[in-house]
Design a binder for this molecule. Structure first.
Ligand code: HDD
Length: 699
């Protein structure tokens, strides 16, 4: 696997490798003999006053006092990884001359940071929220940042509304509540007043906002950018990332529980996948619209609250992103990485999308308060190509320019601008005529068509989840002006949706639809569209529930097969120590050491559960409330459950209230039964039974 690229080599200049032989020094390099006792005056019996002269203690405390920097004003909670990007061939050459998008002989290093938007740095990973998907490409022509989300549209159309939107969604000003969620008066108040948010709110209430994994979500550049080709022609473009593993979500109950059981669920999942040899991959596709076709749509293609339906503007897959290396240290890499939508490379440009225009100002600005004016010199942010210019000074300047001149032009003929044909960035010459005014043009004033299209493109279960989410969130609003206004607005999207939600939350129940239904549908909008090409259980977490007396040979066999399919298996038992196998006396003989006990890990953290055979083990599990709860909860969350022999009896006991489930309870009957994702086999058979279990496991 290619994990050593130009950026990793570049970072190695600043990477320190402490060893047991490393000697501890002060920051000014003097070796230290004691860092555990503050220098004080003592007579050997009594504690005396501490001395300020202790430079070692002072330095330690000073450094500690200033460890924190301001967290990001939004997207504070995040996790990142290194990787690479490669295009398949030069098919994008028709649209751009940027080598990063056209030269298949290149491997471009990337750093990706995923994030939630609302919560603080220490909030939980699985909250209902939009996920940030920010990609920094370290190209030979300079850094290119695609600062996107896992949802293709945005809440507002014009960047000037961003501070209002963020104030409204963040914890309320009087009591700093709530953390990591939009279920509060201010958010719903704001979006009730701004119908342009209706479409994005639908997405935020859908399963997209509770992804199973950062590796199983799409990414979108959201804004409309432009591509310029060698002939000087310009196309509008949207960027799409599609995960190799398909798009999958948690169910709400899981997301809520994980928030407490494992607030780091997503960041640990990313690390586990990379370290276990399953680096996540995404395909980059572009949608392009020629300049001449800009106005051929019933929406404005520069409006970030709209998608470009794929049947109108097809996707062109052009390359692959792979994240194959975890960071060495969180703060210098993931915390200090800084993205700017304004950072593009030759062949890529902006559009007049009013949200993008404002973003292009905001990102550089925020890095100044977060990291200081020289933030681009930080190791994680610096380009892998040479940087020369006459920008000087500023706090924390690292570069030493060996020159007598620092201006342009100069008598030394040093550091000159570069003509466009030799690689200098040049803006596309766009004719612009207009009156200076504060406006929203007519097409920017239609807000419900695509909200309807999204809703009506979902599968029935996605719709149900979305309705549940509206009910949950609006029930958390206790100001009736807020929930009445919003339920009233919902009727502009769908009558049945509005009636159901309004009845549940005491909103305005409509008696007829507020408008005609927009007829378009787009199956691409449902996440069901994104099943993986090849069903796989690679990197999925499978729990094997065992107690003393379990069938070890069977467990070893099934575990080997699951490992062969690259799943991550974990033994869960009554204690985290040896669990003795069938026929062995407890306390002696063979067995396996459980990775976790029933209480410290819960079914929510796994994708599937398997209960092996073994009569004593089965008896114990049946008597263990937590083990029974494990199986019930996994079933309720639609996880795959596999069981063999007496293990099937345990599953049967746990699920005895579920109608229509069929089980194979007779040991000796080696046929396989499957019902509602529960797969049971009478006996363990390397060649048939367990193999069938494996096939069905992804659910
Ligand atoms: Fe933003 C961070 C994505 C609109 C201003 N934004 C930030 C990050 C992502 C996005 C992924 C985290 C970057 C990281 O990991 O460091 N933002 C978006 C998307 C938007 C969007 C997809 C709509 C298309 N943002 C937006 C607007 C503004 C900002 C309209 C301001 C006018 N965003 C910021 C910011 C942040 C930020 C305040 C906070 C930290 C940072 O930039 O580096 O400047």
């Amino acid at each position: 696997m290619l994990t050593d690229n130009a950026k990793i080599k570049d970072l190695s200049r600043d990477t320190i490798h402490p060893t047991p032989k490393s000697q501890m020094t002060t920051d000014h390099g003097v070796k230290m003999s004691d860092t555990d006792h503050w220098l004080s005056v003592s007579n050997g019996t009594d504690v005396g006053p501490a001395l300020l002269e202790d430079q070692i203690a002072r330095e330690k405390i000073h450094r500690f006092d200033h460890e924190r920097i301001p967290e990001r004003v939004v997207h504070a909670r995040g996790t990142g990884a290194h990787g690479y990007f490669r295009v398949f061939d030069d098919r994008a050459k028709k649209y751009t001359f940027a080598p990063v998008l056209t030269d298949s002989s290149r491997t471009t290093p990337v750093f990706v940071r995923f994030s939630t938007v609302q919560g603080s740095k220490g909030s939980a990973d699985t909250v209902r929220d939009v996920r940030g998907f920010a990609v920094k490409f370290y190209t030979a022509e300079g850094n290119w940042d695609v600062v996107g989300n896992n949802i293709p549209v945005f809440f507002i159309q014009d960047a000037i509304n961003f501070p209002d939107f963020v104030h409204a969604v963040k914890p309320e000003p009087h009591n700093e509540v709530p953390q990591g969620q939009s279920a509060h008066n201010n958010f719903w108040d704001f979006v009730g007043f701004r119908p342009e948010a209706a479409h994005m709110v639908m997405w935020a209430m859908s399963d997209r906002a509770i992804p199973r994994s950062l590796r199983m979500m799409q990414g979108f550049g959201v804004n409309t950018f432009t591509l310029i080709n060698e002939k000087g022609e310009r196309h509008f473009v949207k960027f799409h990332w599609a995960p190799e593993l398909g798009v999958h979500s948690l169910v709400w109950d899981e997301a809520l529980k994980l928030g407490g059981q494992d607030p780091d669920f997503h960041r640990k999942d990313l690390e586990e996948a990379i370290k276990s040899g399953c680096p996540p991959k995404w395909t980059l596709s572009i949608q392009v619209v020629a300049e001449k076709d800009e106005h051929n749509f019933d929406f404005d293609i520069l409006d970030a609250t709209k998608v470009w339906p794929v049947d109108e503007v097809p996707l062109l897959p052009i390359g692959e992103l792979c994240l194959n290396r975890c960071v060495d240290e969180f703060f210098p890499e993931t915390e200090q990485v800084a993205f700017c939508t304004s950072h593009v490379v030759p062949g890529i440009g902006f559009s007049n999308d009013p949200l993008l225009q404002g973003r292009n100002f905001s990102y550089f600005d925020t890095q100044i308060s977060r990291l200081g004016i020289n933030w681009e010199q930080l190791p994680i942010n610096r380009p892998v190509c040479p940087v020369f210019n006459h920008n000087r000074g500023g706090a924390m300047q690292h570069r030493i320019n060996k020159s007598t001149v620092n201006y342009h032009p100069n008598r030394e003929d040093e550091v000159k601008t570069v003509p466009p044909l030799e690689g200098g960035y040049t803006e596309f010459m766009e004719k612009v005529i207009g009156l200076k005014q504060r406006v929203r043009t007519p097409k920017f004033q239609e807000h419900y068509n695509q909200a309807q299209m999204f809703y009506h493109s979902l599968t029935p279960y996605e719709k149900q989840h979305l309705i549940n989410a509206y009910c949950f969130e609006l029930s958390h609003c206790d100001d009736e002006r807020v929930y009445k206004r919003y339920t009233d607005l919902l009727n502009k999207i769908d009558f049945d949706l509005a009636v159901t939600v309004a009845r549940k939350v005491n909103g305005v129940v409509p008696d007829k639809p507020a408008r005609e239904t927009y007829p378009k549908r787009d199956s691409y909008l449902s996440q069901a569209f994104f099943a993986p090409k090849e069903p796989t259980i690679a990197s999925r977490r499978i729990a094997i529930l065992i107690a003393d007396g379990f069938n070890e040979i069977e467990v070893q066999g099934v575990r080997a097969m699951l490992a062969g399919a690259k799943a991550n298996c974990f033994l869960i038992g009554p204690r985290r120590s040896k669990i003795y196998s069938e026929g062995q006396a407890v306390g002696s003989g063979t067995g396996l050491v459980a990775d976790h006990h029933f209480e410290d890990q819960r079914s929510t953290m796994f994708d599937a559960v398997y209960v092996p055979s073994g009569s004593e083990h089965a008896k114990t599990l049946m008597k263990t409330g937590r083990a029974i709860h494990w199986i019930r909860e996994a079933f309720a969350h639609c996880k795959s459950i596999g069981a063999i022999g007496e293990g099937a009896s345990v599953v049967h006991k746990a699920l005895d209230t579920v109608e229509h489930l069929q089980f194979n309870l007779n040991r000796g009957d080696d046929s396989v039964t499957s019902s509602y994702g529960v797969v049971t086999a009478g006996t363990y058979n390397v060649n048939s039974a367990a193999t069938d279990t494996l096939k069905i496991a992804p659910g």
